[in-house]
Ligand binder design. Sequence first.
Ligand code: URA
Length: 434
Amino acid sequence: MRTVDLIQRKRDGAELTPEEIEFLVDGYTSGEIPDYQMSAFLMAVFYSGMTDREVSRLTECMLRSGETADLSAIPGIKVDKHSTGGVGDKTSLVVAPLAAAAGVVVPMMSGRALGHTGGTLDKLESIPGFRTDLSSDEFQRQLAELGLCFIGQTDQFAPADRKLYALRDVTGTVESIPLIASSIMSKKLAEGVDALVLDVKVGSGAFMKKQVDARRLAQTMVGIARPMDKKVQALITDMSQPLGYAVGNALEVMEASQTLQNAGPADLTKLCLELAARMIFLGKQAATLEEARLVAERHLVDGSAYKKFKDVVAAQGGNPQALDNFVLLPNATGAREIASPRAGYVSLIDAEDIGIAANMIGAGRDKKEDAIDPAVGIILEVKAGEKVEAGSILCRLYYTKEDRVEEAAEKVEDAFHISAQRPEERELILEVVG
Ligand code: URA
C-alpha cells in the first residue's frame, strides 16, 4: 500500500477500505507516514468527506491507538457530557455536579482552550490549587467516592487524535464533520463511559456555522456509538452569541458558581438543566426525561449540586472558598468599557469576535505552548434582543496587560450589531438528535 495512492483516491472522492484507513492511522501514529502526507490526506477528507463506514473505521483505529479505561470496578452508570466548543461555554462546570448530585457517575475528561473557543481544564485551573493531572488511581478513587472527577486528556487515550488534532489545527482542516466526529468519539469511547450527552454548538462561535452541518455532525457521532452499544444523545444549541455573560477563565468560574447557586444567567441555567436532565435519564436516575428534568432542578435549588462541586474542588486540591469569595480567584487589574454608539436593539453579539478579543487580552492561546492569563476576559452587560441607548455599556474588558487592549476593544465593538428593529428571538436549544 502506498500513502500517495490513498491520498489521490480520497482527493478524487473514492471510499477507502477499512484496511486502508488502518494503514493511514497506524502509519501516522507510529511516525512512518510524515506530516506532509497526512496533511494532504486531511485536506482531501476536508473536501471529499467520508462515508459512514469510513468514519466508523477511522474512529475505531484512533480509539485502538491507545488504552481504554476500565471503570467496571466503580458501581453505577458512567455518563459524560462533551461540547463541540464555544465561547462562554462553562456548562461542564455546572452540568457535571448536577448529574453527579443526582447519582450519575461522571468521569469528565476535558480539553483546553484552542482557537477562539474556551476549555474546561483552563477554567478549572483558575481555581487556586486545582489539579487536573490526576493519576489513574486517584481518578478511580475520586470517582468511586464522589461520583465526579475532572481530568485532562492524556496520551494514554486515543494518542492518534492528539497527533492528528495538532496537525489539523495548523493545516486548516479542523472544521470537517468526519474529522471532528472521529476526534471527539475516539476520546470519549476510550474513557469507558456507558453513555454520552453531546452539546453540538452551531453559530458564529462554533466550528459548525450552519444548522444543517451541526445536524450532520450530531448524526455522525450518534451513528459511530450505536454499534458499540453506547447511548448517545446530542443537543444542537445556539452559539451565535456567547453563553451567559462571562467569557474568560476565572470570570466563567464565578458565573458557574453563581449558576450552581441558582443565581446564574437564564440561558446558561436553562441549557445546563437540560443537559443534566439528559445525563440523569441516560444514567437511569429517573424513569422518564420529564422526571429527570425535575431531579436536575431539585439538585440545583436545594444546593446539593453546588456542594458536590465544592467537594470535588477540594478533593482535587483547589480552594473551595474561592467559589464563594471571588477575591480568592485571580482578578484583573484593569477594566475598559465598551459603549453603544447609538440607540437601538442588540441584534447580534458575534461569539467568534468576542472569543478572539478575549484571546487577544490573554484568556486563550493561539498556540498550544502559549500561557493563558486566568484573570482576564469580557463580561457582557447585555444580550441579543435587549434595547440600549446611545452610550449604554455593552460590555467590559478585564485585563492585566495593556498591550492588546485597544485592538481587542475594536474587535468587541465590531462584535455588537445594533439595529433599529427588535431582532427575532433565537431558540437556545434547536434540536435533539439520538
Ligand atoms: N473537539 C475535539 O475534541 N475535536 C475536534 O476535532 C473538535 C472539537
